[in-house]
Write a protein that binds this ligand. Structure first.
Ligand code: SF4
Length: 449
């Protein structure tokens, strides 16, 4: 008979570890996500997915993406999660056939019409129901199961308690939950700010992130036409709707225990460094759960090495504030009372928070140790770099020496100038990432992902 502790260990051992699902906006990001620890990736063509911009995938290169995933025994899902207008319906069956021929592991879908066409014309192709459908409860999950869906991606607005209940009441369908990345200030798919302000339809994948902008708000006294008073929420301006980013890494054990099948990261338009850093950190957290280890809070620091609008745990932890660190209790007033005010999740400024700066991704290394990469940030002789490798959580440090670029040898170079070379005293294969080590900083600049 196991001791109480023994039972606990047994429970940790038999717990199903969720799939780690990463976004891919390009073939390189897809490769990096897989090499740094993703179990599965998602990508899609602009015409039918929700990433019309900064998305290099087309029908002709989805095959290469699928081959890479297959070669590494990973899964690949194609996103078809836009809400198309009539004009996009006639061409859909041609796209569907081309995608079905590649045999992805599933299509991620939102529009009932496209789901019907897919079920009719490619009945063997599994369908995952997109977060765009705002699936909030077990009845809605059961509805999608009866339609023939294999998996439902729950709305970002569900709590952990609701996830648990949905899992218990709907045991015959896979459940996926978002754990990291940007979130909307509205229910996904129910926002028209981008359409209204920029004539760009978020439901067609063309969101202009209008919620991230600074807005000027004035109080006006009708009795005194000239008297206006501007309301400003911080020294950076007024960012009423710019939500902090989701980070639920410290709650993965709860999600695994709940029986969630997949945890998902947002960010198809973010860079390859983001894909690598988020994949390696969440991979480590999931591996720790598999090994029966407690959550390592140092992983929170790892996630600060990429830019964010500051983190919070979203709606998942509503009702369990005692588990949320004090400075992250975004739905709690100073007196401990609860609030639903969106002001409390706004990031209070057009700021990016990060401790490191992405310096480059290694393309090759010469026999004399000179490593070549496209320079992404300013580097100067003496700067310290952290070096991240695919396939391992271990990293190394290196010091910046002379930089070869712009036709000569330099002691300092700015990011964005193209390829540069720098000697690194150990082997750095392709897809190793370099980041300039820094202190935690807040960089005031426009925030768009
Ligand atoms: S404007 Fe903001 S809230 Fe609206 S869809 Fe775009 S990112 Fe989401």
């Amino acid at each position: 008979m196991p001791t109480q502790h023994g039972w606990a260990v047994l429970c940790w051992r038999v717990m199903k570890i969720p799939e780690l699902l990463l976004p891919a906006g390009s073939l390189h990001k897809l490769k990096v996500a897989i090499l740094y620890g993703a179990d599965a990736v998602y990508c899609g063509v602009p015409r039918y997915s929700l990433r019309a911009r900064e998305n290099e995938f087309r029908l002709h290169n989805l095959g290469a993406a699928t081959e890479f995933a297959r070669a590494h025994s990973k899964k690949i899902y194609f996103t078809v999660n836009g809400i198309p207008r009539n004009s996009k319906i006639p061409g859909y069956l041609r796209y569907l056939k081309a995608m079905a021929d590649l045999k992805p592991d599933a299509l991620i879908m939102a529009d009932p019409g496209l789901i019907m066409l897919t079920r009719d014309h490619a009945p063997d192709l599994p369908v995952h129901i997109s977060v765009q459908t705002n699936t909030m409860n077990y009845a809605a999950v059961e509805f999608w199961r009866r339609i023939g869906a294999k998996r439902v991606i729950l709305s970002r607005e569900v709590t952990l308690a609701e996830v648990r209940e949905i899992r218990q009441r709907c045991p015959d369908i896979e459940i996926e939950v978002f754990v990291h990345g940007s979130i909307c200030i509205a229910h996904s798919g129910r926002c028209f700010m981008s359409n209204y302000f920029g004539n760009r339809d978020a439901n067609q994948g063309a969101c202009n992130n209008a919620c991230r902008d600074a807005y000027q708000i004035f109080l006006k006294n009708p009795e005194k036409e000239d008297a206006q008073m501007e309301l400003i929420s911080s020294e950076d301006g007024t960012f009423l709707m710019n939500s902090k980013d989701l980070r639920a890494i410290e709650f993965l054990h709860d999600l695994a225990e709940s029986g969630v099948d997949s945890i998902k990261v947002e960010g198809r338009t973010k860079n390859d460094y983001y894909a690598a850093m988020i994949a390696r950190t969440y991979r480590r957290a999931l591996d720790d759960i598999k090994d029966g280890k407690a959550f390592d809070r140092a992983l929170l620091t790892e996630l600060d090495k990429v830019a964010s609008r500051k983190y919070f745990s979203g709606f998942l932890t509503r009702g369990m504030e005692e588990r949320v660190p004090e400075d992250e209790r975004d739905f709690q007033n100073a007196d401990g009372s609860r609030t639903d005010s969106p002001m409390d999740i706004a990031s209070h400024g057009s700021t990016r928070h990060q401790s490191y700066r992405y310096a480059g991704c290694i393309k090759r290394q010469d026999a004399d140790g000179t490593a070549w990469f496209d320079l992404k940030t300013r580097l100067e002789v003496g700067d310290e770099l952290e070096v991240f490798f695919p396939g391992t959580f271990a990293s190394r440090r290196a010091t910046v020496g002379e930089l070869i670029g712009r036709g000569g040898v330099n002691s300092v170079l700015s990011g964005g100038i193209g390829e540069v070379g720098m000697k690194i005293p150990f082997a750095v294969p392709e897809n190793v990432f370099l980041a300039r080590v820094g202190v935690a900083e807040t960089i005031r600049q426009s925030v768009t992902t």
